[in-house]
Design a binder for this molecule. Structure first.
Ligand code: FAD
Length: 686
């Protein structure tokens, strides 16, 4: 039967309506398996989402490396279980900010907002919080009636300790919002983040009970996701995730996904799978290692600029994966395929599904880092016996006992649980609980050690391998990414040496073969002066020299291209010993040849003589020259260890200014502050 034009018209309208009706749900369900977002509703209107979902509190996070995000999730979960306040937990960038002020009046029963805000770099907001501060500073008129709490995550070894959470608290109260209680400050610099958070949380929960009349309930795990076994699927099925970095990498059959994989755009939600074309060991030591690795971008349009950071997405080592699977009796299920249903409309999975148990453990969970006391407290409810339950309560109930029996022994989750259970596996912990309670594996950042002018399509990194047997520990403690890089380096050079731990270098469905890793570029503000004639003073001991190698390669390229007005470069480099860990030892003389007197390398090898000599000591010897260069407009750069070196270097600079300019300490500090505001003093420290 032929259809006439009218029939076709009517059918098209009906079809369009049907598509429109189902597409909304389809989009939502697709979003719920999205790789990065935590909220699955598609609206950016906070009032609308809260009214639709019945949530009465919001937890926002401004997170760069995932720590603030992790704390925010756990706190939100506890608000929900302890006080039965339906809570939404989300990235601060997920919603339009203009509805913040309307929440108390337009959402029935709305209680409060909590902010978990990390401070990044030089007292800056995290990437996802930049627009929010812009909104508060320039657009927001009033937040009258809004109740809030702030927990800041910072590092007291940095000058601008927790600057962002302090700034937020001040700004919110200036705008008329009221703080339910004083802000909490977590300090990574003293390694007390966890305890700082727990102390703040307990005090907050008391305030919530008293002032908001919230009733406290027994803390019992309430899942936000439900695991659904998928016996109908196996690892051979192309739609099953085996740990691909995100859904685009699973069975990419459309032109769109193929393009996305090759040309991006690449960011923290979608990495480029970059070949490592070259890697080498930089140390001359049997026990300590530092890897130089070169990532090839020639097959994509991904660009970087000198001074940027490379984010490497790691996976866990075979040894840690086995230990974890065994601890939770998952060895026989490792390849079983599972899917998930979200029980809370505002929560979505941080990885693609259907997926296997092993893929989640290997590629998505941070299984080998330190355990938090909070995690142990929350695991209490699943203890296999009363005796184990009592032991968990004993260890997790007191920070001193926890520190002695867990932190000082460098235990990770599998270590401590198997230690407490004396070897038996923890069969009754729901896998959903592990997914919701264990931080998700995050990319690690590396200061790029090449120059985008000289190596346009290759990104170099310089990574010191974290592998130590600390005092008090009976095992080696290994870093995830740096040991992965070392395994790649040994495999690539066909070395007979054994890596400390081993990895599945081929990746899911051989996706990482040969020698590829998922990466993205993080733009940085650590940049050379625009005028090549401006002198620069660089202080970079250890791997802190990484970006300076990039800077100097850039200068060499400029000189090779005929620029004869390169400004003076003073590079202060330090390490333990000239023969053991002098990074890029053979390259510096080459650069000197090209740059002539304009380049001077000043070294400090701390262990090559009786007294320890550090870069700060050498700086003092160059006091006059440093001051002269600064008078001529030099830029001053520090890179490397944030805990002591950066502070000591700044203090040394102040000393130099006092001595050379005959000024007071106060004025010298103001001079350095002035350098910082005019970008003439830049730090890239971690
Ligand atoms: P992780 O797995 O992150 O472990 C971190 C540390 O914890 C390790 O020392 C590890 O041994 C220890 N650890 C593991 N398990 C436990 C446990 N159970 N208990 C206690 N401790 C444990 N690094 C460089 O080498 N070069 C660079 O150029 C560089 N640039 C950086 C730039 C920026 C902006 C930032 C933020 C960091 C930079 N870093 C650099 C540091 C880098 O990002 C990583 O933190 C570092 O390489 C360690 O990563 P990992 O995955 O190997 O260790």
């Amino acid at each position: 039967m032929a259809l006439d034009t009218l029939d076709i018209g009517i059918l098209s309208v009906v079809l369009a309506a049907l598509i429109g009706y189902f597409a909304k749900d389809l989009i939502k369900s697709l979003l719920s398996s999205n790789d990065s977002t935590n909220v699955s509703t598609d609206s950016r209107d906070l009032v609308e989402v809260l009214n639709e979902t019945g949530k009465k509190a919001i937890v926002f996070y401004g997170s760069q490396t995932g720590t603030a995000e992790d704390y925010a999730h756990k706190y939100a979960k506890e608000l929900q279980t302890r006080f039965q306040v339906p809570t939404i937990c989300c990235d601060i960038a997920d919603y339009d900010f203009d509805k913040l002020g309307a929440l108390p009046s337009e959402v029935d029963g709305f209680k409060f907002v909590t902010f978990f805000m990390a401070t990044y770099g030089e007292g800056e907001p995290t990437d996802n919080a930049v627009d929010f501060f812009d909104y508060l500073d320039n657009e927001c008129d009033s937040l009258e009636g809004l109740k809030y709490l702030v927990f800041g995550l910072g590092n007291s070894t940095y000058e601008f300790y927790n600057a962002i959470s302090k700034r937020l608290d001040k700004k919110l109260s200036e705008l008329g919002a009221s703080n339910i209680s004083v802000p909490g400050f977590g300090d990574d610099g003293t390694a007390t983040m966890d305890e700082d958070y727990l102390a703040w949380k307990e005090s907050i929960f008391d305030v919530l009970k008293d002032h908001l009349s919230l009733e406290e309930h027994d803390v019992k795990y309430q899942p936000s996701i439900k695991l659904i076994p998928r016996p109908d699927l196996s690892i051979e099925n192309p739609i099953v995730s085996l740990g691909e970095p995100n859904s685009k990498y699973i069975n990419p059959t459309t032109e769109e996904t193929k393009n996305a994989i090759q040309y991006g755009p690449f960011d923290h939600t979608h990495p480029y799978l970059s070949p490592i074309v070259k890697s080498k060991e930089l140390f001359n030591s049997e026990t300590r290692h530092c890897i130089h690795a070169e990532f090839d971008f020639s097959q994509t349009n991904l660009k970087y600029s000198t001074g940027d950071h490379l984010a490497i997405w790691p996976s866990n080592s075979n040894e840690e994966v086995e230990k974890f699977l065994k601890a939770f009796n998952l060895i026989s299920k490792r390849n079983d395929v599972i899917g998930f249903e979200t029980l809370d409309q505002t929560v979505s999975l941080p990885f693609s599904s259907p997926i296997t148990y092993e893929a989640i453990v290997r590629h998505h969970l941070e299984i080998s880092g330190p355990v938090s006391r909070q995690f142990l407290q929350s695991v209490h409810q699943f203890a296999p016996t009363e005796e184990i339950k009592a032991d968990i309560a004993r260890i997790s109930g007191h920070k001193e006992i926890f520190s002695k029996e867990v932190t000082e022994k460098y235990f990770n989750i599998a270590d401590i649980l198997v230690n407490i259970s004396k070897g038996s596996s923890w069969d009754d912990i729901p896998f959903e609980f592990l997914i919701e309670s264990i931080p998700h594996l995050q990319p690690r950042y590396y200061s790029i050690s090449s120059s985008s002018l000289s190596e346009k399509q290759t990104v170099h990194v310089t990574a010191v391998v974290e592998n130590e047997k600390p005092q008090g520990s009976d095992h080696f403690v290994t870093g995830v990414t740096t040991n992965l890089l070392r395994h790649i380096q040994l495999a690539q050079s066909k070395s007979d040496l054994k890596p400390n731990v081993t990895y599945d270098l081929d990746g899911p469905r051989n996706l990482f073969k040969p020698f590829k890793l998922p990466v993205h570029i993080r733009r940085s503000t650590f940049k050379l002066p625009t005028n090549p004639a401006t002198p620069i003073i660089l202080v970079g001991p250890g791997t802190g020299v990484a970006p300076f190698r990039g800077f100097i390669r850039e200068k060499v390229k400029q000189a090779e291209s005929g620029n004869n007005k390169i400004g003076k470069i003073l590079l202060f480099y330090g390490s333990r010993s000239v023969n053991e860990d002098f990074l890029y030892k053979n390259e510096w003389p080459e650069y000197s040849k090209k740059l002539g007197e304009n380049f001077e390398l000043i070294t400090a090898f701390s262990r090559d003589q009786k007294e320890k000599i550090y870069v700060q000591h050498r700086m003092l010897e160059y006091s006059k020259e440093i001051n002269d260069l600064l008078q001529k407009g030099a830029f001053f750069y520090v890179c490397g260890d944030a805990s002591r070196m950066a502070r000591d270097v700044q203090a040394t600079l102040v000393k130099i200014l006092i001595a050379e300019r005959n000024i007071t300490e106060e004025i010298a500090n103001n001079v350095v502050r002035g350098f910082k505001t005019s970008n003439r003093f830049q730090e890239d420290v971690w």
